[in-house]
Design a protein around this ligand. Structure first.
Ligand code: SAM
Length: 213
């Protein structure tokens, strides 16, 4: 059973305010100020326990990363991973990414990642999918012209839905793979879910799209 609230989580976040951004809305348009270097800004929505953001920050030190995770007890894991990785280019936000335009200015983000997002398979829950039209409107606003979005999932239904949603919205589909691990992409950093599903032999789907210039 998931422990919804860890009473010590708030203290843990406060003690690590070099990584956890407690007032993210006040940084709208100013995110570069909280990093040591001004460099491209990449955003992951639904960072989970942080394997991806910690790994990406270590692999790409010339990029600044922000991870948003709405479940406090899950973000505790992400914070531990970022601290263990000893990286200075990753920040975490414990919020629901329901209106990113309150947190980021237009054109502030270079690349956005959706990793193993909840599939919400029932049609009546379509609006909750992170690739539903209303989310794409937000992504388009905060991404730079030509900015990219990469989605990885094991869920074929969500993958097909997302490709169709991107395309209807006018995003340009730049790359699609139906079996990511067959590619042996040395730049691929695995997420917790990706590792779990690929160890079971399930194919991982990935696509990258861009917003119009
Ligand atoms: N990305 C991780 C991975 O691949 O291992 C975790 C995948 S898990 C299925 C999805 C995560 O996204 C959960 O931790 C959930 O709390 C988070 N999430 C879902 N919707 C969100 C939202 N609107 N804002 C922030 N986090 C969200």
């Amino acid at each position: 059973m998931r422990i919804r609230n860890k009473p010590w989580a708030d203290d843990f976040f406060e003690e690590n305010d070099d990584v956890v951004v407690s007032e993210p809305f006040s940084y709208k348009g100013k995110w570069q100020e909280i990093f040591e270097e001004e460099q491209p800004l990449h955003l992951e929505i639904g960072s989970g326990k942080g394997q991806f953001i910690a790994g990406m920050a270590g692999t790409f030190p010339d990029v600044n990363f922000i991870g948003i995770e709405r479940v406090k007890s899950v973000m505790v894991g992400a914070l531990k991973k970022v601290k263990e990785a000893e990286v200075s280019n990753a920040r975490l936000v414990n919020e629901d990414a329901k209106d990113l335009r309150d947190m980021f200015a237009e054109n502030e983000i270079d690349h956005l990642y959706l990793n193993f997002s909840d599939p919400w398979p029932k049609t009546k829950h379509e609006k909750r999918r992170l690739t539903y039209r209303t989310f794409l409107e937000q992504y388009e606003s905060i991404l730079k012209p030509g900015g990219k979005l990469t989605l990885k999932t094991d869920n074929r239904g969500l993958f097909e839905y997302s490709l169709s949603s991107f395309s209807k919205f006018g995003m340009v589909i730049e790359d699609v793979t139906l079996d990511l691990h067959e590619l042996e992409d040395e730049n691929n950093v695995m997420t917790e879910y990706e590792q779990k599903f690929s160890e079971k032999g399930q194919p991982i789907y990935r696509c990258t799209v861009s917003v119009s210039v």
